[in-house]
Design a protein around this ligand. Structure first.
Ligand code: FMN
Length: 415
């Protein structure tokens, strides 16, 4: 990260003003969709596209959302509860609601020390925050910022030796589970990032960077906070053999070698004796393979539509996988397209024990930092509780397939 201490100090009051002003704007946000609009106002497109976009033509990205939009509820009325119990236990950790923050890389490009700020807000909401290998804040600082358990998500960026260092550090810092993401044999084809010129913005000279001046002038709140935080981050959790952190510019090349394979799980399990979570499961076959490899928790996930375009929506994959894993001792989680507490209820009724969120909290962080993430989690909690009251469910286990109907299946059957 750039050593520009004087500039960082000079910009401190500007960032403090951003925290106040953008925090106040949350009062006009009632849904995650409203927060997404605020994110688009504060974050310049050359930065924000990375978070918003998906792979190739973004079919799967759209399908993830559409699958929830086309599911309808069937409530059981005539019952009422004093309290709705949203608590559950995931991979040995008690959580206050079935919503976990999934790994989202590069959060520090959205907000100063973004990963630590998010972990604090998520932990204070009583749930787990997962730190991506490809993050800009030291994993020790992120763990220390959260009052709750955190998970560390591992990519094999830089190879086995580099990964072993990361595992060792995560163990020493007290992470409670290691997440292995299996759906990244290569980086997804992210055409938005090519079209918007972000590669030149990162790697180019001053002249190429100047092309972005008009865009930046419209997003001064982001610009001042970014330079207050030291400018473009590196990856302090990927310690290269010389001990230095991986520079941001190397990410494209490094991701080509970052896949976790089933063969790797054997040595990873030796290095990490604790809980293992396998993320990126698309099929019943891979769900069983993950269970055979020793995972007690799996995440049905297509990486938020960012890896292979045209794979099914995760809600549809969950419809296939959850019933097949019901009699196993594996907890099935899911992510992809969760934008409301109603979506959480649908996922749980379809067989997930809990969901992970990605963009919902990344948008909130980019819009208003810690207050944004706290607000987003509060929305999801309140909407889930509201939906359960309406459905006649007092606790999470009461949610089941009888509460949801897939409109697409009904239309196809011509009923
Ligand atoms: C900007 C961005 C970066 C991501 N980085 C990672 C990552 O480093 N590791 C990982 O396993 N998943 C990563 N994901 C995928 C998320 O963990 C999650 O699967 C996905 O965001 C869920 O979809 P949603 O955004 O619709 O909630 C990333 C997602 C986004 C949007």
């Amino acid at each position: 990260m750039a050593d520009n201490g004087i500039l960082q100090t000079l910009l401190k009051p500007f960032h403090a003003s951003t925290v106040r002003r953008w925090g106040k704007r949350l009062a006009h946000c009632f849904t995650i969709g409203d927060i997404e609009k605020l994110f688009a106002r504060r974050i310049p497109p050359v930065v924000g596209d990375y978070f918003v976009g998906g792979a190739s033509d973004e079919r799967t990205l759209r399908d993830n959302l559409a699958a929830f939009q086309q599911t309808r509820f069937l409530p059981n009325y005539g019952v009422s509860y004093d309290e709705i119990d949203l608590t559950t236990t995931i991979a040995g950790t008690d959580v206050s609601m079935p919503v976990i923050a999934g790994p989202v890389g590069s959060l520090r490009t959205l907000w100063p020390k973004g990963e630590a700020i998010a972990a604090k807000a998520v932990g204070e909401a009583g749930t787990i925050c997962t730190l991506s290998t490809l993050s800009g804040t030291r994993l020790e600082d992120v763990r220390a910022a959260s009052p709750h358990d955190c998970w560390f998500q591992l990519y094999l960026v830089g190879g086995k030796e580099v990964a072993m260092k990361g595992i060792e550090r995560a163990k020493n810092a007290g992470y409670s589970a290691l997440m292995l993401t299996i759906d990244t044999p290569v980086a997804g084809l992210r055409y938005r990032d090519k079209r918007n010129g972000s590669v030149e913005a990162i790697n180019g000279g001053l002249l190429q960077k100047m092309k972005f001046a008009p865009q930046m002038s419209m997003h001064l709140s982001w610009l001042t906070s970014h330079f207050h935080d030291g400018g473009l981050m590196d990856f302090p959790n990927v310690e290269l053999p010389g001990g230095q952190p991986m520079p941001y510019a190397d990410i494209g090349n490094q991701l080509q070698q970052s896949a976790v394979t089933w063969d790797d799980v054997a040595w990873i399990r030796e290095a990490w004796p604790g809980e293992i979570v396998v993320k990126g499961v698309h099929t019943v076959n891979d769900a069983r393979r993950a269970a055979d490899a020793g995972a007690k928790t799996i995440v049905v996930s297509n990486h938020g539509g960012r890896q292979l375009d045209r794979v099914p929506a995760t809600l549809d994959m969950l419809r296939d996988i959850a019933p097949q894993m019901r009699d196993s001792d594996v907890d099935v989680l899911m992510d992809g397209g969760i934008r409301s507490g109603g979506d959480v209820a649908i996922a749980l009724a379809t067989g997930a024990k809990a969901v992970l969120i990605g963009r919902s909290y990344a948008y909130a962080l980019g819009a208003a930092g810690e207050a944004g993430v706290t607000t987003a989690l509060g929305m999801l909690r309140a909407e889930l509780e509201h939906t359960m009251r309406q459905l006649g469910c007092g606790k999470l286990e009461d949610l089941n397939e009888s509460h949801v109907r897939d409109c697409r299946a009904i239309a196809a059957a011509g009923v």
